[in-house]
Design a protein around this ligand. Structure first.
Ligand SMILES: [Fe+2]
Ligand SMILES: [Fe+2]
Length: 373
């Protein structure tokens, strides 16, 4: 590429930056290389507009990634590699010493997913998704949290832990099964709330003894299960969306990002097991009573903590069991199912009626998409 070409391409990048700014996209989230590639693509593919179904799928996935980015950013501020809450970081590291790195990298991945999907939508002549007007939920008051409006609530969650037994059994929700919860996590924070509840300088020994340390460990353990819950949902959602896609490039995007959601799930599935295995098992939150038992005692196939790889499951009637992502049907893993699950998780607690109308509208359009042949 000669100097003139570079200048011309850079000019396109600058134009694209102003355009992105104009429609309210955080350009800082899009690396310059991505912008350059998008600019080139936009010029070459201007005529190839997405069909309405593919656009609806990508728009819902962009919304889901914006939501994921919001929650991961909250975890990252408090518990990531540059996280600001030492006691929370120490409690997370009781699950695995690398937790801060994994949290930061997972956050980066989600931010890249959201920015890419919106840039791609625009490059194919479709509307991007912007949920900024709904960033109104309060932040944690604990040391480390920025005081900005949030899309998601992590201060009080009901975490569905049935994924844990679902992936350890042959029972598939798509064929009517309802695997049981591994741990009961009801009305529990996944991030520290404030410095009175959990002082940021509290020592976090294993096992925790002092009440404040037990409280913080229960919060970090909840985060561990919540990471697994969120990412298994992503794995199922992308799988369910992939079979509705028509355009081959869109299919490549959906399966390529979906694969990373599976990677995230697998990582967290391994780490969260340390909250319910020795030497950490047995933590009880002194405020809520939420308990993290030793799932290896008495143990058994359905709960054994190191059985993190999927067991073969019932998939297609009349055929042998097979190890697959589940659920994957629209009813159980689609866009509406995802929003309903996030709502039951209390992830949207405090959100406005307009927010639910917006995300449900995006979800229903995505679920209605059909592959055109
Ligand atoms: Fe993602
Ligand atoms: Fe994810």
């Amino acid at each position: 590429m000669n100097e003139q070409d570079v200048q011309a391409k850079w000019h396109k990048v600058i134009q694209r930056r102003s355009f992105l700014k104009g429609v309210g996209i955080a350009t800082a989230m899009v690396p310059a290389g991505g912008l350059l590639a998008t600019g080139v693509k936009a010029a070459g593919a201007a005529a190839q507009r997405l069909n309405s179904g593919d656009a609806a799928i990508l728009r819902f996935l962009a919304a889901a990634e914006i939501i994921e980015s919001d929650l991961w950013q909250q975890y990252n501020e408090l518990g990531g590699v540059d996280g600001g809450n030492p006691a929370y970081i120490a409690a997370l590291q009781n699950l695995d010493g690398d937790m801060p790195q994994y949290i930061t990298d997972n956050t980066d991945d989600e931010v890249s997913h959201a920015a890419f999907l919106n840039a791609y939508l625009m490059s194919r002549g479709a509307e991007p998704v912007d949920l900024d007007e709904f960033r109104k939920l309060p932040s944690s008051r604990a040391t480390g949290a920025r005081q900005v409006g949030r899309l998601t609530n992590l201060r009080n969650l009901v975490v569905d832990t049935s994924f844990y037994t679902r992936y350890r059994s042959e029972a598939n929700p798509d064929l009517g099964a309802a695997p049981r919860q591994a741990v009961s996590i009801v009305n529990e924070p996944a991030i520290p709330l404030n410095d009175t509840d959990t002082p940021p300088d509290t020592a976090q020994p294993v096992p925790p003894v002092a009440a404040k340390a037990r409280r913080m460990q229960a919060i970090a353990n909840t985060a561990g299960f919540h990471f697994g819950y969120i990412e298994q949902g992503g794995a199922s959602l992308y799988t369910s969306m992939s079979v509705k896609v028509t355009d081959l490039e869109v299919l490549r995007i959906v399966v390529s990002i979906g694969g990373v959601e599976v990677d995230h799930f697998s990582l967290w599935h391994d780490k969260l097991g340390n909250a319910v295995a020795q030497p950490l098992a047995g933590v009880v939150d002194p405020v809520t009573g939420v308990t993290f038992p030793d799932l290896n005692n008495p143990g058994g196939e359905l709960v054994q903590t190191n059985k993190i790889l999927p067991e073969p499951t019932r998939f297609i009637q009349g055929l042998p069991l097979v190890s697959v992502i589940r659920p994957s049907t629209t009813a159980n893993a689609g866009a509406v199912a995802t929003i309903k699950s996030f709502t039951a998780d209390l992830l949207f607690e405090g959100q406005s009626k307009e927010f639910f109308t917006r995300v449900m509208g995006l979800a229903e359009a995505a679920d209605a998409a059909k592959r055109r042949v």
